[in-house]
Write a protein that binds this ligand. Structure first.
Ligand SMILES: *Cc1c(COP(=O)(O)O)cnc(C)c1O
Length: 355
């Protein structure tokens, strides 16, 4: 990519990299040496900078703290077996943060600025991309209203865009038990469910906590109107295999359009599987299970890529799914994506952007 922005770089003199045990990385608690920052004020983006990772300081009147005007992204960079660093579909994340931003009345970020900031940060903090297999550098772009003001405003006079990064280990959790949620909702049609916004996460915490107390790891969210149709699995998109057809809820204003979901749908098509993006009702799943046709269920998302589901709880019954070993499609997709990121598979979809 041609550089268009003059990113100012101020490197730290005290790298923390020596303090990190890359063989024991806990998720999201250690951060790389630098961060990318750019401020929006008076209707325009200012000078982009890479600075040492540091605290930000604000008045308690920071409007995003009060009114939730904040959106984010999550993507990963990997180091392949030859040591080359690449990011998985970064342009998609640059596009999506702007869809989220528009819904929450935040200024959009020029895609090139997002990408240039990201690539420059990866260049400066290259050593932070783990070499260990299955590990990655998790990247968190964050955009929020940074005006200090108690009024509610669709045009905050100040906003901040930050990209910072955290080295993470492999996230494999084993197959999970999920519970169909029929009382609470994560997001309603017309709301902000499709945006990657903090408020959606806040809405999901209490119901998820209650499901965990009942022995499940995640919820299967249903539609807000009738609690009849499946929407997402926790903070992942969801896919089923009914007979020989893969089925995933069509995206809507209450479903986040995952880049992993989009990638898995594209792989299914490429590999010649039947795949449908449409409404999936809980009744359809129960009926398919009765007939022995519910072959697979799995969540998709950047954190764990593919998370297979072992049981679906609904109305006091735990519907058990076939053993994960025999699940052809989700194992194949999971394996392909893992190896692709480690540079052991051909990138025939052109998803990896090499630095
Ligand atoms: C981030 C997210 C996903 C997964 O999106 P990816 O782009 O695949 O990481 C799914 N659902 C929700 C609610 C999310 O926030």
């Amino acid at each position: 990519m041609e550089e268009q922005y003059n990113i100012q770089i101020n490197k730290t003199e005290n790298s923390r990299i020596g303090e990190i045990d890359f063989n024991n990385l806990a998720f999201g608690r250690t951060f790389s040496d630098h961060m990318f920052v750019v401020d929006y004020e008076n209707g325009e983006w200012g000078t982009p900078q890479i600075i040492p990772f540091q605290n930000l300081s604000f008045s308690p009147a920071l409007i995003s703290l009060h009114y939730g005007q904040t959106v984010f992204e999550g993507l990963k960079a990997f180091r392949d077996k030859d040591g080359v660093v690449s990011a998985f579909r970064p342009e998609e994340h640059a596009i999506r943060i702007n869809k989220s931003a528009e819904r929450l009345c935040l200024p959009t970020i020029p895609e090139d600025l997002f990408l240039e900031g990201l690539y420059k940060l990866l260049e400066v903090d290259n050593e932070w991309v783990p070499k260990q297999e299955g590990c990655s550098l998790y990247i968190r772009p964050l955009l929020f209203a940074s005006e200090e003001f108690l009024g509610v405003s669709p045009t905050p006079s100040k906003c901040k865009f930050v990209i910072f990064a955290s080295p993470v280990g492999s996230y494999y959790s084993g197959a999970i038990k999920v519970l169909v949620e029929t009382e609470y909702v994560r997001a309603a049609e017309g709301g902000i469910g499709f945006a990657k916004a903090g408020g959606n996460y806040a809405a999901s915490l209490l119901p998820t906590k209650q499901a965990v107390e009942k022995g499940y790891q995640q919820l299967l969210w249903t539609d807000a109107k009738e609690h009849k149709y499946i929407e997402e699995a926790g903070t992942m998109n969801i896919m089923f295999q009914i007979g020989d057809t893969l089925v995933t809820p069509a995206t809507s204003t209450s479903i986040l359009s995952g880049i992993t979901r989009k990638s898995v749908v594209a792989l299914a098509k490429k590999w010649g599987y039947k795949i449908e993006e449409r409404k999936v009702s809980v009744d359809e799943l129960v009926e398919a299970h009765k007939q022995g046709l519910l072959k697979d269920a799995f969540g998709t998302g950047t954190a764990a890529t593919i998370t297979q589901i072992s049981h679906i709880g609904y109305n006091g019954v735990d519907y058990e799914l076939p053993p994960v070993e025999g699940r052809e499609f989700s194992n194949r997709a999971s394996d392909y994506l893992q190896k692709l990121k480690d540079g052991q598979e051909e990138d025939y979809m052109n998803w990896m952007v090499k630095l």
